[in-house]
Design a protein around this ligand. Sequence first.
Ligand code: DC
Length: 209
Amino acid sequence: MIIAVDGPTASGKGTIAKALAAHFGLPHLDTGLLYRAVGRQVELNGGDPDSPDDALAACDFADDLLGDPELRSEATGGLASRVSIHSVVRQALLDRQRDFASQPGGAVLDGRDIGTVIAPNADAKLFVTASIQARAERRWLEMQGRELDLELREIEADIAARDERDITRTDAPLRAAPDALVIDTSSLDRDSAIAAAIRAVENAVSARQ
Ligand code: DC
C-alpha cells in the first residue's frame, strides 16, 4: 500500500505520515529532507541556491548529510524551498523517491507533490493543511530553546513566503491531488489529526476494493 501525504510547511503532515507508517507497518520517507539536503549542500559548496547549475551540483550530497541536525532549521527550510523550484533538481531527486514508493509492501511518503507527481497511483492520498497562524504558532513552540528568538510575526512572514514559492512554481507546485482527502489540522490536536488520517486511509483503501 502506498500512502501519499502532501501539504504546506508545519501543517502536521510529517507527524501524520510518521504515525501512519507506524500504524500500518510501512517504511516512511520525508521527501522534504532531500530538498533540505540539497539546500544545505549548496550552502556548504558556497553556491547560489537560485542558480539551477549550483543547485544541481548539490544533488549528489553524501547520505550522511541527511542526519545533519542543521537540516531541520528554518534557514535550511528556506534554502530547500528555493532549490526546489529548479526542474533539474526535481528531476534529479525523482528516481530516489519513486523507488522508495514502489518497494515491495509499499511505503508512506510525505512532501508537496507525492500524490500529484511521485506516486499518482497511491492507494490513499491525504492533503494536510492548516491556517498560517496555526502553523506559525506550532513552529514557534517547536523552536523554543532551539533557535534564534524569532518573533511569531517573522515566522508567519517566512511561512507565507514559502507557501507562495511552493504554490506558484511551475514544476510540481504544491496542490492537493483531485482525489486527495483534505485534513485541516488548524483546530485538531495531534491525536485527533492522526485518528482522522487513519480513518481517511482506511476509507480510501476500502473504496478501492
Ligand atoms: O516539508 P519541508 O518543509 O521539509 O520542505 C522543505 C522544502 O522542500 C519546501 O518548501 C519545498 C520543498 N519540497 C518540495 O518541493 N517537494 C517535496 N516533495 C518536498 C519538499
